[in-house]
Design a protein. Structure first.
Length: 539
């Protein structure tokens, strides 16, 4: 089937956590509408930009865009931005069932509220688990200052860091303490910020599809008193395992099953809490309702989550996430090429940046897809970024010895059909004794997650420990503090694809790279993606 959507993007006054601020909305809503489709459907979204003074682009996160690389929605990579007053139509096929999302991919616009879920249903009976009902949970973090203020702060000397979020939202709702808000800005009685309610019938089993679109925060998610069986990650079936507390990073989706088998005479909390950074934000809450009476608050305090610095708890969940035995897609046994990427915080002209192998990414003004297809030389740096770093000698526990990085918009060209390994190595930041979690997201592909470690990756030792038997396929994966994560993917999707930290501030500060493969196989580009940079005037 072909599913048509008409979306108007505009600023609206919104109070997701009871505090009024300007948000970027879709048809007046944030989060935007959930796109519901069935595997194999064609989704058509006609986006009209009514932001007046701001461009827009929308990325379909987890959708591979096979044959439609121009519909990936990544400003500077696959398209020129959609100008105010303009209309752009995204058309793509949803090839796989599963839980996905969409969000703005222009500057830090995602954080302003432009996001939502994509749920792709499987053919009946195709999934390796059963349930009676389904709920969707979109997790987010939220600030009261504008994304423009945040972006300007990040690019200032000295940096004005975004800081911890004011609120955590569940399905776009949270609750700020109005006594801490400026007079006249906060109204705790607004229905708009009432806690979301998830109804359950005693004895039934529910699938919760959970997605994180946080700008910054790594989260723990709990359903009070209800252990969760993890069954899906990023659209792939997982060998089921049970957690009380689900660790979820920005850009990831999971499905969990819960049984409504607790005392049915009360309600329970859904709770999200910040982990990996020292939290400064109250718990995000919603209500699991057995009673059909959402006004009946749970009699207990909301779960406080795991200790924020319990890295090993989160590491173990990463390692436990492997393919369902009946859905293993074995990876190719070896790679044709290995790219080692050292993640460091650096400085350029006094500004704090993130860099890979000491190169901080900057987006070109001409989208790579157009520049490469049309041979527009000079549109970006033709020198490829470095393939590795001094892994034998680099001390990942020390501050970068040479904090000065360079900036580049060069990209990695991959041989079409080749097998590529990427090892992401985390390290100490500019401050002593600090290394953060980075969720890395790859556009246009799913990758096999071959291994994780804490400490220094050794290419002579660790590849022998890779899981080649039943690794999970994902599109977003965590690199734990002082840790490494090894991925493998096939460069089999003609196009140009971003690969970056999904923390909004970090990609803005240069934490990403770009891959090209099979550009010569890309069909004729739609003219609508052009019009900026070297494509001005009809190229
Ligand atoms: O990129 C970042 O900058 C801050 C801090 O290092 C500088 O203020 C922080 O916590 C980040 O993740």
């Amino acid at each position: 089937a072909t599913l048509n959507h008409e979306w108007e993007i505009s600023y609206q006054f919104k109070s997701p956590d009871c505090v009024c601020k300007l948000a970027v909305t879709i048809n007046g809503q944030t989060p935007g509408p959930t796109i519901r489709a069935t595997q194999g459907d064609t989704v058509v979204v006609r986006v009209s930009n009514s932001l007046l003074t701001e461009n827009v682009a929308i990325h379909w996160h987890g959708i591979r865009q096979i044959g439609t690389p121009w519909a990936d929605g990544t400003e500077g990579v696959t398209q020129c931005p959609i100008l105010p007053g303009d209309v752009f139509t995204y058309t793509f096929v949803v090839h796989r069932p599963g839980t996905y999302m969409y969000h703005a991919h222009y500057g830090m616009q995602r954080s302003a509220g432009l996001y939502g879920l994509i749920v792709v249903a499987a053919a009946p009976g195709a999934e390796p688990f059963a349930y009676d009902g389904e709920h969707e949970v979109l997790l987010n973090d939220w600030w009261h200052n504008s994304t423009h203020e945040q972006a300007t702060g990040l690019a200032s000397v000295p940096i004005r860091w975004v800081g911890e979020p004011h609120s955590l939202l569940i399905n776009g709702r949270g609750r700020f303490n109005c006594s801490a808000a400026a007079a006249g800005t906060c109204d705790a009685t607004l229905p708009e910020c009432a806690a979301p309610v998830f109804d359950v019938v005693p004895g039934k089993t529910y699938r919760f599809r959970i997605a994180s679109l946080t700008s910054l925060s790594a989260l723990n998610f709990e359903i009070e008193g209800h252990p969760m069986t993890v069954v899906e990650a990023d659209g792939h079936y997982v060998k089921p395992f049970v957690v009380d507390s689900l660790s979820i990073y920005s850009g990831e989706t999971y499905s969990v099953l819960i049984k409504a088998d607790q005392d049915p005479n009360r309600n329970y909390w859904l709770a999200s809490n910040v982990v990996s950074r020292q939290p400064g934000t109250p718990t995000g809450t919603a209500v699991l309702s057995y009673l059909g009476d959402p006004r009946s608050p749970p009699p207990t305090p909301p779960p406080a989550g795991r200790a924020w610095n319990d890295t090993m708890y989160r590491f173990q969940q990463s390692v436990a996430t492997v393919a369902h035995p009946a859905h293993v897609e074995p990876p190719p046994p070896r790679a044709d090429r290995t790219i080692l990427l050292l993640n460091t915080q650096n400085k350029i002209d006094g500004r704090i940046k993130w860099a890979l192998n000491n190169v901080s990414f900057r987006l070109p003004h001409t989208p790579y897809l157009v520049a490469m297809k049309r041979g527009l030389l000079g549109a970006f740096d033709q020198r490829p970024p470095p393939e590795k770093y001094a892994h034998q000698t680099y001390d990942i526990y020390a501050k970068p010895p040479n904090p000065n990085a360079t900036t580049s918009d060069g990209l990695y060209r991959l041989r079409f059909g080749s097998v590529v390994d990427v090892v992401l190595q985390n390290a100490n930041m500019l401050d002593d004794n600090k290394s953060e979690t980075h969720p890395w997201h790859l556009h246009g592909h799913d990758f096999w997650v071959l291994g994780y470690g804490i400490g220094r990756f050794d290419p002579a030792v660790h590849p022998a420990t890779y899981n080649l038997r039943d690794p999970i396929l994902k599109n977003t994966v965590a690199v734990h503090p002082y840790g490494w994560t090894a991925l493998r993917f096939k460069a089999d999707n003609p196009g140009v694809w971003a690969f970056h930290c999904h923390i909004e501030a970090h990609f803005f500060m240069g934490m990403g790279v770009v891959f090209e493969e099979g550009i010569e196989r890309v069909a004729e580009l739609p003219r609508e993606i052009t019009g900026c940079g070297k494509t001005k005037g009809g190229h």
